[in-house]
Design a protein around this ligand. Structure first.
Ligand code: NDP
Length: 320
């Protein structure tokens, strides 16, 4: 990486903050790939004036405003809603999201696992086992299961292609037109009820923006066929949880896997915990993989130091 300080000048600092990611997994990578930089973990920062790059996941409100020479904010993930929601986030500093092959693979594996779980009737077998019942359900080929994705972005598009490769019938919906080989796509303000009505499994992989908040509501859920399954891996607040609970309780929806919730951590009194047809995981469908992210991070830092625009800058107006 360029930008080595001259004549003993203080080294520029990359400040790291995450409650979940391990800084010690990143430190040796920065030492190897960015030897001219100091890697410091917030709040242990020697000199806020030396901080030029922030590598952060859900930083505390106001933290990003503490560095007068900040040039680049790298979000340690794909969804930037937490950073953009901070009113003190410096408006003139570009925010980039990671486009990490490791993160995409992890998301794909999570969704594929859930899709296979439902497609191969594992919830029914778990129920039958509790009753010591030999419950034969004749397996169907994957193409009989139609999986729809809300969101066909860097992660959503990759997941869709892999589900297709596994033999599922896959289609998807996004804001703007998309072309994905072998995958029917649509776009617009709302997913069409006619399309929703053909799905066995709906995967929600949308970012949280003013337009997507609460988008998966009663009308979307009711448009799904009776017994359909939901896999929610985008952001919790994209799904109206009260409407989801209602649809699950009345039997209209067969089951849901919920990795992201309106309130995280999910409070102990939340109905999801006690619902037999809900699987909750604590927002970990995918995470940034340090080794596979580092090439992008080095390129982004070099770009801003050279006065160029880094890749994958998010549009604060769009929210993703
Ligand atoms: P991208 O930002 O690459 O893509 C977002 C997709 O959503 C695009 O296809 C976009 O449409 C679509 N979209 C956005 N707004 C609307 C709208 N109003 N109506 C219809 N479609 C819309 O995101 P990724 O695919 O990389 O990731 C999606 C989200 O997954 C992240 O924002 C994050 O919140 C979440 N996530 C969750 C993780 C977890 O562990 N559970 C881990 C990582 C990410 P278009 O292409 O037309 O712009």
């Amino acid at each position: 990486m360029s930008g080595l300080p001259e004549n003993g000048a203080a080294r520029p600092v990359v400040v790291f903050y995450s409650q979940y990611d391990e800084p010690e997994a990143w430190r040796p990578l920065f030492a190897r790939h960015c030897p001219g930089w100091a890697f410091q973990v917030w709040p242990e920062v020697d000199d806020v004036e030396a901080v030029e790059v922030a590598l952060v996941w859900k930083p505390p409100a106001g933290m990003l405003n503490a560095f007068p020479r900040l040039r680049l904010i790298i979000n340690l993930g794909a969804g930037v809603d937490a950073i953009l929601a901070d009113p003190h986030c410096p408006a003139n500093v570009p925010v980039v999201r990671l486009n990490d092959p490791g993160m995409a693979t992890m998301m794909m594996q999570y969704v594929l696992y859930c899709a296979l779980h439902y497609h191969r009737n594992f919830p029914e077998f778990a129920q039958a086992q509790k009753q010591r019942r030999w419950h034969y359900i004749h397996p169907r080929p994957a193409r009989h299961t139609h999986i729809g994705l809300l969101g066909l972005g860097m992660l959503g598009g990759f997941v869709a292609m892999e589900l297709k490769r596994q033999g599922f019938t896959v289609s998807g919906w996004a804001r703007t037109p998309k072309q994905l080989d072998g995958i029917a796509t649509s776009h617009g303000a709302c997913p069409a009820p006619e399309w929703l009505g053909t799905l066995d499994i709906l995967v929600v992989l949308l970012p949280l923006t003013p337009q997507t908040r609460g988008l998966v509501d009663r009308s979307v859920l009711q448009a799904l066929p009776r017994g359909a399954k939901l896999i929610s891996v985008g952001r919790g607040a994209v799904v109206n949880e009260a409407h989801l609970i209602e649809a699950l309780r009345c039997g209209h929806l067969g089951a849901a896997t919920v990795d992201t919730c309106e309130q995280e951590p999910l409070p102990p009194e939340h109905p999801f915990w006690a619902m037999d047809n809900v699987t909750v995981t604590p927002h970990l469908a995918s995470v940034a993989v340090p080794e596979s992210c580092m090439a992008q991070i080095v390129r982004d830092v070099e770009a801003v130091r050279a006065g160029q625009r880094p890749a994958h800058v998010v549009d604060p107006a769009a929210g993703y």
